[in-house]
Design a protein. Structure first.
Ligand code: AMP
Length: 617
């Protein structure tokens, strides 16, 4: 017998959910459906998102309500419009084979008159976000006096979002003897308090341990220098060619900045945050849901309740402040029994926070090294190879072209053909990643700062010091006419000489030449690095010009000379990671808005030559 029938769900509903692919109940469905079907209990379910809780309460509701009557009998409150639409849609799908089931979604940011009209026509199940619900109640446009069941979904989120008072007001319009079912991913004291306030000896169900996120999620973290964060992030993405991910930022501005930079860099990304209109948000979500978008860059609030299947990675570009938020973020992946990875990109000083989250979740996080350029290239190459294996061939369509194709390749051996074919995409990665630097932050350094409470050199500068310059000023016969800005020039120097960008002092870009400062100990390396170098066919000339001016790193001086204006390329750019350090230690992985005018590759290529990342799903 179908296990849902055994749980007490009737045939027409089981038939509908079978079509959705529900063969076996999830653990929460298995345990809650029999309890909820009695209709006689208040209920508290501590369950992560993605565990199947919509059906856990939705199926019993469909069993318990009287669909011959057309008045509101169940009210489901949830924190976001997204979730509201999702639940409405899910319940409609479960009820597809039943007659006269009317479910209405009530949420802000959309026409209230449409919603009012639907309510007027007759509805048994109202799924709502609290603000708009209250608005409609205040207009006296709905009658909740015969409501039998209230579901508070993602109760912790609703409280986080400040809906406590709205919920109080809404519930005061429902009968005393209704049953309340509360679902929450976490159980902070506020949720306990509302459970106590609204419920009478509720049946409590805890799926898994408190706060222990989903067991199918692997938690990983990467330690990078703040200024390398964006480059590291891109490398992680490149290392996962089939990524379908949600990237979490802490602020709207950061979200926007990262999305813009990614788009400029040729990635298939877009942002989701509160400053977008509802229409814009819907559009982005539709693209993501339809898999026309590979990376969704979102704030916590905007991404709450998103239920998209098969999200492979959640990336914490910035760590959240609360463990609860980490649980919510990571819960966007590994839904419905799938597996997923939750990645955090941190600087060494944030290790303590990772440990804190580990303790909170009771799970060990794995430290992973940022892949090398070589690793990325290899991964990309085999991704191409696998695609060849799995591509669906449209025999009919391709047939007509085959003779011409065969003719084209008739003189090419199979081996040669395969090599060339694989190289089409691979070359651009090879090109891009050759000489890519190690982006892993030296952890000892971070630890030391962490322990000593010192600030990292970039931020705090080097107390003491002062006095004589550590720098030699060098002349180079390249300048703005060669389309260099300070950031570009720094990258070029580091790339050419393999000295660290951290050690380069002031850079002064003129028209046909420039000056830059390097530590005395690096002068030889620099001159050797440029020996026989040419730029677009022109020999590059380096000359010692004198002693540098970047000596006074003494306390209060504002730290590393670069910050003082060494590579103002950074600061000329807008926002986000770019502000942190658009330049990333002399490699070529800068974001697209570097100093305006696109990124110039050191071979003279433009940034636009970057490999095309638009995912074709
Ligand atoms: P939820 O926690 O309700 O947001 O559900 C997460 C995802 O799991 C949704 O995409 C559901 O369609 C799916 N799902 C729920 N129950 C089952 C089930 N019994 N079998 C397969 N998929 C399910």
């Amino acid at each position: 017998m179908n296990p849902f029938i055994e749980l007490g769900i009737r045939h027409d509903i089981v038939n509908a959910i079978s079509e959705l692919g529900f063969e076996n109940p999830t653990p929460i469905q298995e345990q809650s459906i029999p309890v909820l079907l009695t209709g006689s209990n208040d209920f508290v379910g501590l369950a992560q998102t993605g565990t199947g809780k919509t059906a856990a309460f939705g199926l019993p509701l469909l069993e318990l309500l009287d669909f011959e009557e057309n008045y509101p009998q169940a009210l489901i409150l949830c924190p976001t419009r997204e979730l509201c639409l999702q639940i409405t849609n899910d319940i409609k799908n479960y009820a597809k084979k039943m007659g006269n089931v009317h479910v209405v979604a009530v949420y802000g940011g959309a026409s209230i008159s449409d919603q009012l009209r639907q309510i007027k026509r007759g509805v048994q199940i109202v799924v709502a976000t609290p603000g708009r619900m209250l608005d409609i109640i205040n207009r006296k446009a709905i009658d909740f006096t015969k409501v039998k069941f209230v579901v508070l979904d993602e109760a912790d989120e609703m409280l986080n979002m400040g809906f406590q008072e709205d919920i109080d007001s809404i519930l005061s319009t429902t009968p005393e003897d209704k049953k309340t079912w509360l679902f929450s991913a976490t159980m902070p004291t506020e949720v306990r308090r509302i459970a106590k306030k609204y419920m009478n000896e509720p049946f409590e169900l805890t799926m898994g341990e408190k706060n222990t996120g989903n067991v199918n999620i692997e938690h990983e973290y990467y330690i990078v220098r703040a200024r390398d964060k964006y480059a590291a992030f891109k490398r992680i993405v490149d290392f996962n060619p089939d990524i379908f991910g949600i990237v979490f930022c802490r602020t709207k501005i950061e979200t926007q900045d990262i999305a813009e930079a990614l788009i400029k860099d040729g990635y298939n990304a877009d942002s989701l945050h509160g400053d977008l209109s509802q229409q814009q948000r819907d559009k982005v979500m539709k693209r993501y849901r339809d898999r026309n978008l590979q990376l969704l860059i979102a704030t916590d609030v905007a991404a709450r309740g998103i239920d998209v299947n098969d999200v492979t990675h959640v990336i914490n570009y910035s760590l959240p402040d609360e463990i609860e938020n980490y649980t919510h973020r990571s819960g966007r992946t590994a839904r419905a029994g799938k597996t997923g990875v939750s990645i955090s990109i941190i600087n060494a000083k944030e290790l303590g926070k990772i440990r804190q989250i580990e303790r909170g979740l009771g799970k060990r996080f794995v430290k992973v090294e940022i892949p090398t350029g070589f690793d990325v290239c290899e991964k990309q190459l085999f991704s191409i190879v696998h695609k060849v294996h799995s591509v669906e061939v449209n025999e009919q369509q391709i047939e007509q072209y085959l003779p011409r194709i065969m003719e084209e390749f008739k003189d090419m051996s199979k081996e040669e053909f395969i090599k060339r074919f694989a190289s089409i995409e691979f070359n651009s990665f090879l090109d891009y990643y050759k000489n890519a630097p190690d982006l892993n932050a030296p952890i000892e350094e971070g630890r030391r700062f962490e322990r000593d409470g010192e600030r990292a050199p970039r931020e705090g500068g080097n107390a003491g010091g002062g006095g004589k310059s550590e720098y030699t000023r060098l002349f180079i016969n390249l300048g703005s006419v060669d389309e260099f800005n300070r950031g570009d020039l720094l990258g070029y120097i580091c790339n050419q000489t393999k000295i660290s960008g951290r050690t380069v002092g002031k850079i002064d870009v003129k028209g046909v030449y420039s000056f830059f400062e390097v530590q005395h100990s690096d002068v030889e390396k620099v001159t050797a690095g440029f020996k026989d170098a040419d730029f677009k066919g022109r020999p590059v000339r380096i000359e010692i010009s004198g002693e540098g001016t970047s000596e006074s790193r003494s306390g209060g001086g504002g730290g590393y000379p670069r910050r003082e204006g060494g590579y103002a390329g950074n600061r000329e750019r807008s926002g986000g990671e770019r502000r942190e350090g658009g330049y990333n230690g002399g490699n070529r992985e800068r974001n697209g808005s570097a100093g305006g005018g696109g990124f110039r590759d050191f071979s003279g290529k433009r940034r636009e030559d970057r490999p095309e990342r638009r995912r074709r799903f």
